[in-house]
Design a protein. Structure first.
Length: 82
């Protein structure tokens, strides 16, 4: 019994340690995209690279298409009971 309890305690501790190792990033404050490169050496390309994620695609896709057309069709109705 002591062995199982010790094993469980070590397992929980290992998950806690691995979770603490990851740098936290976000979209506001000191964790926003402008600071991602400084949060961890793993994120250095966010600062020195040419492309940064998330990629801003506003205006990047130029398309020419007509208005969308709605096409409602009759279908079988069924009652769903959950």
């Amino acid at each position: 019994m002591k062995g199982k309890l010790l094993f469980a305690a070590m397992l929980v501790a290992s998950f806690s340690a691995s979770a603490a190792e990851h740098a936290h990033w976000g979209y506001e404050g000191q964790e926003d995209p402008a600071h991602w490169g400084k949060l961890s050496p793993d994120f250095s390309l966010c600062e020195t690279g040419k492309s940064q994620s998330p990629v801003n695609i506003h205006g990047a896709l130029k398309t020419h298409h007509g208005q969308l057309e709605l096409n409602f069709q009759q279908g079988k109705q069924r009652k769903c009971f959950f």
